[in-house]
Every structure is written in structure tokens, then in C-alpha cells.
Design a protein around this ligand. Structure first.
Ligand code: P5A
Length: 439
């Protein structure tokens, strides 16, 4: 992409109404625009990041054997009357009425709708296990939307739902989700710690939240620092293996880690003092096991092996896809701007032409841009008539992993400069060595 033709409305001024760094940087980098309290447009750069996050989530869900689908944002109220949550959900639910006076709502989550789909089509235990998910916009009329996309009213969520014959099978689904979530966050360069939490309006007793440690997080968390040494890394997981998933889930949930809702000071104080940590965290996901809470009242049963109908055991699992864009920035930035992890970066490389209009420099930039693009490396070429300093500032602000600096002085000795945004390390190399260096 040529920056001269792109839509990248960067702000020179720091927006003062934005209280946390990720919100400020998303506004300054031209990623989002607020349209109403807690409701945002995703401008081209932000939209690319959102799509990259979504892609990682899809890939890891499919790897775990879950099936993508899409449910609508608007839902009929009667499904929620069946489960009893229509009244229980309270003012966070945005209720609307259509022209025929039918009560509708903008979905804050989809347990009821997925249970309705299930009961209409699945009748036998042979069709289990089944996990369906979608990535769709949600609306929760939060009393205090704030921090940009972190606590929005309209937000993008991956939500999945498992259907199993009994509790043991559903617990496997729970463990499988825990492992796939750990993998998902690691690919985004995040350490998200599973913490025993409170289930709130979704229900059930078994639930873990995934928290990214950050001073600006909304939750207070207590943990044993031993947990921060744990990583899945390049381990490959067989998601059909109950024991393997259970062992990993156990490994990651054994060190003490709880949100303030479930914190137990007596247990916490038994951890050696040097490892006892209190911090703040951003909740980037949550998984639930709630048994037959929805299947029973809504009649989602299957015929068991003995021919008798049994209500299915269910759980649900959510990832805050739009919130993650902010969480990643909270975890990865410096004074000059964002530092994108490779897999979510909107472009991998930025080319800075320090002497726009100089024929040799322009030609070298064009050649590099063409070569990188042909090699499938997403590149943003800053070809604007701007001072070099302003171009560097923009590149630092938008945080692409690599910057190629091209100027007449280097070209005279046959080199350009390649700089890593995270380490700041720079190396000189011949322009035609760039593709293999970056591949
Ligand atoms: C699990 C999926 C649920 O809704 N039902 C379907 C369950 N869980 S949850 O914890 O309430 O939400 C899942 C994740 O969505 C993100 N999230 C938000 N992101 C931005 N703004 C909000 N207002 C907001 N509310 C929830 C969080 O990451 C949460 O973990």
C-alpha cells in the first residue's frame, strides 16, 4: 500500500479525553473513530488489525475441532423468555421493537439462540460431541463504556458453545477450550493467565477468565508468580486426547491465580511471599461450564444409548476480539507508539523514502516495494512529500515490525537500513537481500 493513497488519519495532538495508552494510540494512529459512547468505526488500519486477530482466533478454533458459523445480531425476545434471562439480564440488554410490535433485542451473547438451533436439529447422542462458534458483534449497554474498544457497548466477540452427553465429556470440552485459548493468545504475543472467576449472568460454577497483566486493567488479580513461567510454546496438542488436554489445563491452573471475585486471602498467604503478586489485568476471554442450565428449560435433549432422552451438558466460551486490539497495545508499546507482534501487525514492513523526489531514491523504493509485495510481504510505502522526521514518527506510531529506510547516502554504497521496531536494532543490507531476510 502506498501511504499517499491510503486512508490513515493520524492525529498530531494527543487526545486528552482518552485515559489509557491503548485508546490514545488507537486514536492517534487513525485506527478507530468514536461514533457514540462505546461505539466505534474501525478505520482501514484498525480494521486490518481486527481482521488479523479474528483470523488467528478462527484458525485455533478450527484446529481444536470447532465449527464456525454465523448467527444474527438481532434476536427475538421469546427465546430469552424461555430461558428466564429476558428479565434477569436487566438494563444492559438493548431492547427494540419491530414494526409488528414484536420484542427483539441486540444480542449480548447467544446461549439461547444456539440452544434453539441445537434442539431443532440434533436428536441423538451419536451426533455428539459438538462445538459451534461464531465471531459476531454484540451489544451490552454498559453503564460506563470507557477505554475505547476495551469496554465498548458494541464489541466483536468470538463465542462458542459445546454440547456433550454428560459432565465428563463437557469437562473435556472445557479443558480443550482452555488449551486452544492459551494457544490463541500466545500467537498474539500475549500472556493471558487463566484465573478462577465468577460466572455472572452466564451461570454455572466452573469458569475461568483469561487475564493479560496490565496496570490499566479493570480487574484486580492475585497470583503466584510461578504461573508467568508457563508457556505452551511450540507444543503440538491432540485436542481429541482427554488426558492431554486435562493435563495442560491442570498445569496452567495449579499455581494460584484468581480475580478479586474469587480471591481467598488465606490460601493466597500460604504462597511464599516473594511469589505472591497483586496486579491488575485485562480480561480477554472467559470459559464456562454450566451443565443443563439452558438445555433443561429449553428442551435441548438427545436420545441416549438406552433410548431415553437426556438434556445435553453445555458450556460457552468467549474471546473479546475487539478488546484484544487494545489489550495487545497495552502490553506492547513504547513512548513513540505501538509495537505490533508480527502476527497481528497491519503491515509487516514500512518503507521510508527519506528523499521523496530524488530519482535514484524513488526508483530504489519502487523496486523494493514491488519486490516485497511480489514476495507476499505486506508493505506500507511512505511515499508522501513529507520530512523524513515526520515519516519516522508515523512509522513508530503505527508500529509495523520492520522499517526499511532508503536514502541517497546509503544507496551510494549500495545499502538500505532495516530496523526492528521492537529491539530498535538496525542493520545495513543490499536492497535485493531484503526479501530473503524478511521471509
Ligand atoms: C461466553 C461466550 C460470555 O458472554 N457467552 C458466550 C459467554 N462471556 S463474557 O465473559 O461475558 O464475554 C466474553 C469476552 O468478551 C469480552 N467483552 C467485552 N469486550 C469489549 N467490551 C465489552 N463491553 C465487553 N464485554 C465482554 C471480554 O474479553 C470477555 O472475556
Amino acid at each position: 500500500m502506498r501511504l499517499s493513497r491510503y486512508f490513515l488519519p493520524v492525529l498530531k495532538e494527543t487526545p486528552h479525553d482518552a485515559q489509557i495508552v491503548s485508546h490514545r494510540l488507537m486514536l492517534r494512529a487513525g485506527m478507530i473513530k468514536q461514533q457514540a459512547a462505546g461505539i466505534y468505526s474501525w478505520l482501514p488500519l484498525g480494521f486490518k488489525v481486527l481482521k488479523n486477530i479474528e483470523k488467528i482466533v478462527h484458525e485455533e478454533q478450527i484446529r481444536a475441532g470447532h465449527h464456525p458459523m454465523l448467527m444474527p445480531t438481532l434476536q427475538p425476545a421469546d427465546l430469552w423468555q424461555e430461558s428466564g434471562r429476558y428479565d434477569a439480564y436487566g438494563p444492559e440488554m438493548l431492547r427494540v421493537r419491530d414494526r409488528h410490535d414484536r420484542d427483539m433485542l441486540y444480542g449480548p451473547t447467544n446461549e439461547e439462540m444456539i440452544t434453539d438451533i441445537f434442539r431443532g436439529h440434533v436428536t441423538s447422542y451419536r451426533d455428539l460431541p459438538l462445538t459451534l462458534y461464531h465471531i459476531q458483534w454484540k451489544f451490552r449497554d454498559e453503564i460506563r463504556p470507557r477505554f475505547g474498544v476495551m469496554r465498548g457497548r458494541e464489541f466483536f466477540m468470538k463465542d462458542g458453545y459445546n454440547f456433550d452427553l454428560d459432565k465428563n465429556a463437557a469437562i473435556h470440552a472445557y479443558n480443550r477450550h482452555m488449551v486452544s485459548y492459551l494457544k490463541t493468545y500466545e500467537r498474539m504475543g500475549l500472556q493471558a493467565i487463566p484465573m478462577r472467576a465468577d460466572s455472572g449472568p452466564i451461570g454455572g460454577d466452573d469458569t475461568h477468565e483469561f487475564l493479560v497483566l496490565a496496570d490499566t486493567g479493570e480487574s484486580e488479580v492475585f497470583y503466584d508468580s510461578a504461573i508467568t513461567d508457563l508457556k505452551l510454546g511450540s507444543r503440538t496438542v491432540n485436542y481429541d486426547d482427554w488426558d492431554e488436554c486435562a493435563a495442560i489445563a491442570q498445569e496452567f491452573t495449579t499455581p494460584y491465580a484468581r480475580t478479586d471475585e474469587t480471591h481467598d486471602a488465606a490460601v493466597f498467604n500460604r504462597i511464599p511471599e516473594a511469589r505472591r503478586k497483586t496486579s491488575r489485568g485485562i480480561e480477554v476471554g472467559q470459559i464456562f461450564y454450566f451443565g443443563t442450565k439452558y438445555s433443561e428449560p429449553m428442551g435441548a435433549t438427545v436420545q441416549g444409548a438406552d433410548g431415553k432422552p437426556v438434556p445435553v451438558h453445555m458450556g460457552s466460551h468467549g474471546i473479546g476480539v475487539s478488546r484484544l486490539a487494545g489489550a495487545i497495545i497495552e502490553a506492547s508499546h513504547d513512548d513513540n507508539g505501538i509495537i505490533w507482534p508480527e502476527e497481528v501487525a497491519p503491515f509487516r514492513v514500512g518503507i521510508v523514502n527519506v528523499k521523496q523526489g530524488d530519482p535514484t531514491t524513488d526508483t530504489a523504493c519502487e523496486d523494493i516495494y514491488a519486490a516485497l509485495t511480489a514476495a507476499g510481504i505486506e508493505t506500507l510505502y511512505d511515499d508522501r512529500e513529507e520530512r523524513a522526521g515526520a515519516k519516522f514518527a508515523t512509522m513508530d506510531l503505527i508500529g509495523l515490525p520492520w522499517r526499511v529506510t532508503v536514502g541517497p547516502r546509503g544507496l551510494k554504497s549500495g545499502v538500505v537500513e532495516l530496523t526492528n521496531r521492537r529491539s530498535g536494532e538496525a542493520e545495513e543490507l543490499a536492497p535485493d537481500a531484503l526479501v530473503s531476510r524478511l521471509s
